[in-house]
Design a protein around this ligand. Structure first.
Ligand code: SF4
Ligand code: SF4
Length: 273
């Protein structure tokens, strides 16, 4: 099935079409229908009249795992991917900087990855693109490792997939779209950005920079680890160091532990001595 590309609901945040990027679906927005224990009808395919219409004018927030998959797909270091394809959103209300996929500067504001044949990065498309036309809102709660999740249907007027005859349960849809891996990786990070903990006092600019690098700019984070005295201060086994050198997914998990330690003082890392 074609990727619905129009997700505006990332696993991390909601935002569809001209959407919002909040952690919850907006109350009262008629496009967002609750999905509780119900099937939904949907089919997206190349011959449908609205094909590709959803891959434009998005405010699509990318998670660290989205970026990891895309930069790997495009064989780009993370900083090049960020420069070329994203915009950073920082504002006083958002405690943490967010990264949006930058739409092309053309009349239709199309996604940089959309082609006449569909999504050029289909196997590595962002989590929100996978689960569209569903949206997932997810947030941590104190004392729980796993995230609370809530699904809803994003019913946008241009999408004709709802008129097709294929029915899905939520489970079937998530399996079909390969969402589990994305959700698992995204939830680790969502636990940070939906945390009720504040950044506190101190050097907020430095904290924001650290958050940005560890979340989005993994190659630079690796250079920071291996180019500084980090491993003189923290107890990291040689095997783990090798993983951090070679494996982006392990590096991303480590980066999240580092953020928990450095931003919130959680005991996720061991100091030497
Ligand atoms: S990444 Fe792919 S599926 Fe997502 S908006 Fe772009 S073209 Fe569409
Ligand atoms: S059916 Fe919906 S998701 Fe599929 S191409 Fe059309 S607008 Fe996009």
């Amino acid at each position: 099935m074609k990727t619905p590309a129009n997700p505006s609901v990332t696993n991390a945040s909601v935002g569809t079409g001209n959407r919002v990027d909040d952690m919850e679906p907006p109350d009262g927005d008629a496009r967002f229908l609750p999905l509780t224990g119900k099937n939904f009808r949907f089919r997206c395919h190349r011959d449908i009249a609205c094909f590709n219409r959803c891959c434009a004018a998005l405010r699509l927030i990318l998670t660290p795992y989205d970026i990891l998959r895309l930069k790997r797909r495009l064989s780009l270091p993370s900083y090049r991917f960020l420069d070329r394809y994203t915009t950073t959103v920082t504002d006083l209300d958002n405690r943490f900087p967010r990264v949006r996929l930058r739409m092309d500067d053309n009349a239709g504001k199309t996604c940089p990855f959309v082609t006449p044949g569909g999504c050029a990065v289909y196997e590595d498309r962002p989590g929100a693109c996978r689960i569209y036309p569903l949206g997932r809102a997810s947030a941590s709660s104190p004392g729980r490792e796993d995230a609370n999740e809530k699904f809803f249907v994003v019913k946008e007027s241009h999408c004709m997939g709802f008129q097709e005859d294929r029915e899905w349960t939520l489970k079937e849809w998530l399996e079909h779209e390969g969402a589990a891996e994305y959700n698992a990786m995204n939830d680790r990070w969502l636990n940070i950005i939906t945390s009720s903990k504040r950044l506190g006092e101190g050097d907020l600019i430095r904290k924001h920079q650290m958050f940005f690098m560890a979340s989005y700019n993994l190659d630079r984070f690796r250079a920071f680890l291996f180019g500084s005295r980090f491993f003189d201060r923290f107890d990291v086994t040689p095997e783990r160091k090798k993983q951090l050198q070679d494996d982006d997914v392990e590096l991303m998990k480590f980066a999240i532990e580092w953020l928990q330690f450095s931003l919130f003082g959680e005991k996720t890392m061991e100091l030497i001595g």
